[in-house]
Structure formats: C-alpha cells, structure tokens
Design a protein around this ligand. Structure first.
Ligand SMILES: C=CC1=C(C)c2cc3[nH]c(cc4nc(cc5[nH]c(cc1n2)c(C)c5CCC(=O)O)C(CCC(=O)O)=C4C)c(C)c3C=C
Ligand SMILES: [Fe+2]
Ligand SMILES: [Fe+2]
Length: 330
C-alpha cells in the first residue's frame, strides 16, 4: 500500500538492552540512569555512585534476570512493543484505505528516535503524533520521551508538526480492557480472587514536587475497581520496583503481599496497569519474585494477569487515541 497519509505515528517506549549480557545491560543502564528525569540527584554526587557502584554491581545480576525472560526474537519489551506497533499500523491503514506510517522508538537504546524519525520522514510524513506507551503520565517516563525526541530533532532543519499525547489513565477503552482481562482470568481459573493492582513506583519526593503520576495511578485503580464492581476489601493498590535508598511511593508491593496471608488473603491475582507491554518488571519481578515471596509467607495461589500487549483491545485503544488526536490533520 502506498502512503498517502498526511500524518505518521511515533510510538515510544522506555528501552531495553540489546542482549541479555553484562556489557549490553551496563550500556543500557548507563544511558537510562544518567537521565536527570529519572535520577534527579546532583550529578557531582550521582555520577561517582552510578559509575563506581551501580554500574559495577548491578549489570551482571540484572543480565541473569534478563536471561530468564528473554524471547527467541529478543527482549520481551521490544518484541511485544513491535508486535503492537505492527497491529496498530495494520488497523490504521486498513481503516484509512491507505498506508499510515507507524514507527517504534525507545527513549534509551534501540530502535533510536533518530532512526524512527528518519523512517517517518522517508515516508513523506510532515505531521507526527507522538504516543508515549505509558498510561499514567510521569516526568520520569513520558516527559523523558518528549525530551529525547526534542533533542533528536534539535539538529533537524525541517521540523515536523507535532502532537504529543499526554496519557490515558482514565480512557474508557483502557479501563474496560483491563477489567475484561481480569474477568477472563477469573473465568479461566474458576474463581474470583483478591485483585492487586501493582504500579511501577517512583521516589515519593518527585510526587511531592508535582509529578502527577501517583494521582493518575490511583485514578486507574479506582476506575477498574468500579468497572468490576469490587468492594474496598476486594482490591489493593501497591507500587513495586523500588530502586535506591530513598522513600518511594507507598504502599510497597513486597511488604503488603507478605502480610496478606496473615490477614486471611491467600489467593490473589496481580495486574500491573502502568505497563502497556510486559517486560522484565512484570515477567520476573512480579511473576517470579513477588509470587515466590507471597507463597513463602503462606500464600496459596498467585497468578499474574498479562499486560494488554498486542491484544485487539489494546489496538482498539491506541487506534482511538490516535484518531482522536489527529483530527486536525485528517
Ligand atoms: C532509578 C529510578 C527509576 C525510575 C524513577 C523509574 C520509573 C519508571 N520506570 C518505568 C518502566 C520501566 N522500568 C523498567 C526497568 C527499570 N526501571 C529502573 C529504574 C527506574 N524506573 C531500572 C534500574 C530498570 C532496569 C531493570 C533493573 O535494573 O532493575 C522497565 C523494563 C525494561 C525492560 O528491559 O524490560 C520498564 C518498562 C515506569 C513506568 C516508571 C515510572 C512511571
Ligand atoms: Fe523503571
Ligand atoms: Fe525491577
């Protein structure tokens, strides 16, 4: 199909190592953790800690974790993001009756923003809708993606018209898709269980300073609980993936789940709505680490409900986000 679209789509996710080995993980963590949107400490203090401690100790450990979840085609975050991108492109092009250019870029690592923007330009695109693949806005992720795009275009003589998507924490199709995936899991397992909605954490200080992330996460949890008709004692909202010593958003997932069995909550389902795409954090940290800790403390049943990934529901959601925000161009 020839492209006659007057706009293109740039989908952006976080980024992941090129391979599950120490040097690729070190390169990835260096780029990611050097971004002041992610770690805002004074560089004079942070750089020596990062280079001498974190990048020495963490990469070999984390590489082993990546090896546990690596797919034949590559890192789950990249492979599943690519599949979603292909499905969105197909659906948009079919509906438009002509080819709609859609590219995927990562804020850190590959595929780079430069490569994706060049590919869009080569397809004649002058209007770009930027779709950060983060349901809940945070300066640590969404704004970091915007920064990366702006700095890559800084050297470009022909700036495209840009539409930056903010977030979709309360989008009805997103809430319904999450609720439907819980209903499907309950049907499959033949029982309703206590629902844990676990979000990637950020330092509490960032929220105190104005990051809307926590507010957007609690909005998502409340709406999913409402859609499922859950009473307050049938669901719990927590944050996982703590990093470093300062206080992060609470309640912490690990501490909360450890206490559950002694409170009579022994059979649970965990969903992680902040991740559009499954990755090391959901496939290893939640499914394996948290699951084992829960069972070691007396839990009987723990099942993780996968991210929306490249499902038809997620494609319909992204189609709607794109269509609603490109009306000025179509
Ligand atoms: C150091 C601070 C971190 C902040 C702040 C942070 C915010 C944040 N991250 C995601 C999404 C993802 N994070 C992923 C991995 C990951 N995150 C951090 C640290 C922070 N994240 C690290 C160090 C890592 C790498 C793994 C590790 O060393 O433990 C991933 C998965 C990447 C993959 O390859 O699979 C995602 C996705 C969000 C949504 C968020 C704040 C809203
Ligand atoms: Fe993270
Ligand atoms: Fe983690």
């Amino acid at each position: 199909m020839k492209s006659t679209s007057n706009y293109g789509v740039l989908m952006m996710n976080l980024g992941t190592p090129d391979g599950p080995n120490t040097s690729d993980v070190r390169r990835y963590l260096r780029e990611f953790l050097s971004d002041s949107r992610v770690v805002d400490l004074n560089p004079l203090l942070w750089k020596p800690i990062l280079n001498l401690v974190i990048l020495t100790i963490r990469p070999p450990k984390v590489a082993k974790v990546y090896q546990q979840v690596w797919m034949d085609e590559g890192s789950p975050l990249l492979v599943l993001s690519q599949r979603l991108k292909e499905n969105v492109k197909l659906a948009l092009s079919e509906k438009a009756g002509h080819d709609v250019p859609v590219e995927l870029a990562m804020t850190y690592g590959n595929p780079s923003v430069e490569k994706a923007a060049n590919a869009l330009r080569a397809q004649g695109v002058t209007n770009i809708i930027v779709v950060p693949m983060y349901p809940q806005f945070s300066a640590t992720t969404t704004a970091a993606a915007y920064d990366r795009l702006m700095s890559s275009l800084g050297r470009c003589p022909h700036w495209p018209a840009l539409q930056l998507l903010h977030d979709y924490a309360d989008h009805p199709l997103y809430i319904k898709a999450l609720a439907d995936s819980v209903r499907r899991q309950w049907e499959k397992q033949g029982e309703r269980r206590h629902l844990v909605m676990s979000f990637h954490g950020i330092p509490k200080r960032y929220v105190t300073n104005g990051d809307p992330y926590a507010r957007r996460c609690t909005t998502t949890s409340r709406l999913v609980a409402e859609e499922l008709g859950l009473s307050d004692d049938e669901w719990t909202h927590v944050y996982q993936s703590r990093f470093g010593r300062e206080e992060w958003l609470k309640p912490y997932a690990d501490a909360t789940l450890k206490m559950f069995p002694s409170q009579g909550i022994k059979r649970i389902n965990v969903i992680s709505p902040a991740f559009a795409i499954d990755c090391i954090e959901t496939l290893e940290e939640i499914t394996l680490e948290l699951g084992d800790e829960f069972k070691d403390n007396g839990g009987e049943a723990f099942d993780y409900i996968p991210a929306l990934n490249d499902s038809p529901e997620q494609v319909a959601l992204y189609m709607d986000l794109i269509e609603q925000n490109t009306k000025q161009w179509t």
